[in-house]
Design a protein around this ligand. Sequence first.
Ligand SMILES: [Zn+2]
Length: 572
Amino acid sequence: MRVSAMLIPTLREVPSDAEVVSHQLLVRAGFVRKVSAGVYTFLPLARRVLEKIETIIREEMNRQGAQELLLPIIQPAELWRESGRWDVYGPELFRLQDRHGRLFCLGPTHEEIITDLFRNEVKSYRQLPLLLYQIQNKYRDERRPRFGLLRGREFIMKDLYSFDRDEAGLEVSYRKMYEAYSRVFARCGLKYRVVEADTGAIGGHDSHEFMVTAASGEALLVYCSSERCGYAANVERAPATPAPEEDTGPPRPLEAVATPARTTVEEVAGYLGVSPRRIIKTLLYETEKGMVAALVRGDRQLNEVKLQNALGVLRLELAGAEAVARATGAPVGFAGPVGLGGVPVVADPEVMKMRNGVAGANRADTHYVNVNPGRDFQVATVADIRVVEAGEPCPRCGQPLEQARGIEVGQIFKLGDKYSRALGATFLDEKGEARPAIMGCYGIGVSRTMAAAVEQHHDADGIVWPASIAPYHVVVVPVNSRDEAQMGLADSLYRELMAAGVEAVLDDRPERAGVKFKDADLIGYPLRVTVGNRAVEQGEVEVRERRTGHTHVTTPGELAARVRALLDAGHL
Ligand SMILES: [Zn+2]
């Protein structure tokens, strides 16, 4: 294509609402435009990137024997009622009503629809296993859509569902998808880690996430420093090993002390001259089962996913100031487990080991010292509810854990018979007995993978696309588009590249060379071919690698072969 005829609206300015680099660069480089919060238009360059990611995904799914289909976006509420998720999915589900008053939702996921298809169309064990997938828009009404394509309300996903006769079959399907996903992200040119994951709202009993490592990643993951061990997990999931209590002395008498206007752990610790780990941090949460108080050591972070799992609740929100005052009789910052009537307490095991700790006294400007669990307060539940930190022991081998940030681009789940039982999706086994299908589900965020690629591959000048998913491989830039000889040579080189199977564009715009070079870097074509006077007069054509800045000088006659070789070498 000729750039003069293409819709590539590049911008020099960083858009003011773009918080993350992928959002900034995809807008500036003319790939996406925001239509509404979390809703984007994909411009032609982005569509090409998405198509390449989708092609890689299709090839790898098909390689494992999967079949593509297309399920509806609009899903009837009845199916979601059958699975029990209509009421529990919460405000993230986009709900709508037709003219007859019937309720529907915009699919955030398709377990119900596919399980319904299975129960209607699959009868016998001879038809199993089945691996069915689609690539399609998904909808999630995020409270606060942000980070551009990383957390949108409308996004593109590949979702695959496996149906097997038994758990052993599911294990085989799961391994197939594990391998397929590994190949997909490697082929997209992404550095990634596979981590153990929480199963969250989808349910099920085993799950892995594929994380593209990037400093800007929203997800925190830990991995074992021993490569032989290989343990890696999302911090939402990684179990914490309680550290030993440092106070080994006898329990001392409980005592109330004044802590005027000291509300945070740091302020209280500083005022009382103790280390933050001596403090029992008390956090009050509202859930659908009522209010709970969660206790972790003052130097630890509470892990809300673990807390949610420990309580078995779907809704978990930090209580507001009014609710805290009602429950404790004190302003925020002075809550504690001693004398906290009517609010069940869930404590991290480390808190239960504490001797002579410090906690809020449920009275303004007051804390207790010498608080001893068991003696001074009782708890309803003891559970690991804290975030694991770097340096703590690996739960598998005991070596120190390391921490990294990542962007979740894929997740695979073993669902078991959760949905097939709920919807009655059975098949007849060899003995003619009806048994529920054993299911797995497997998702890849396609638009999110595009954004994650930018998060991982960019520099100060713009995007650095891995060649396998770049919108085009090469931009041919005549230095002076008004120079007929240069334009003529550039045009013929562009045609030769196309004929050699290279995806090329010709930047024929009447712009200064500097502008075209800047745009080429911003858009992130893996290779730039520069055609200037030296090309016309001395037969020297320059090929520049976007990633390294390395420049190769070649002749017009050898250009196509040289470009082909650089692309095939696989390091772009
Ligand atoms: Zn380990």
